[in-house]
Design a protein. Structure first.
Length: 136
């Protein structure tokens, strides 16, 4: 059920031979994210449970889910970009149906992120699902 943008990331990960190349790719994805307006970086948009500073702001248009996100850590900003590829453009009602752990496992993130980063990634997924459920 992954979006075409996420499938593209998964295909790139299959092509890259080692985790350092994949890690660099995740960072590049983060660098390509549009900047988040500083005015949106408030307690209401901050994701709790992340070791880094993380902000996610949902954007709903025509019943489709999207979000802006940012972090003070480059790898985390890259993880936000991966989640954006996974969820952006889905109908709001479909967001909760995405098996994020299974999709992210396809990238091998589970084995290569620190426990703090993994916890933060889970917190971001939970926040996305919660916001989408509230809107739906």
């Amino acid at each position: 059920m992954a979006t075409p943008a996420f499938e593209e990331i998964a295909e790139t990960f299959d092509f890259l031979d080692d985790w350092e190349d994949r890690y660099r790719h995740v960072i590049e994805l983060g660098k390509a994210l549009p900047p988040m307006d500083e005015a949106l970086k408030v307690p209401a948009t901050k994701v709790q449970g992340c070791a880094s500073q993380v902000w996610l702001q949902p954007v709903i248009s025509d019943g489709r889910f999207d979000f802006q996100g940012d972090s003070d850590a480059m790898i985390v900003k890259g993880l936000i970009a991966v989640l954006h590829a996974l969820y952006a453009g889905l109908p709001v009602a479909e967001v909760g149906k995405v098996d994020a752990p299974a999709e992210l496992a396809r990238l091998g993130l589970n084995e290569h992120l620190s426990s703090q980063r993994s916890n933060g990634l889970r917190a971001m997924v939970e926040r996305i699902r919660k916001v989408a459920a509230e809107i739906a």
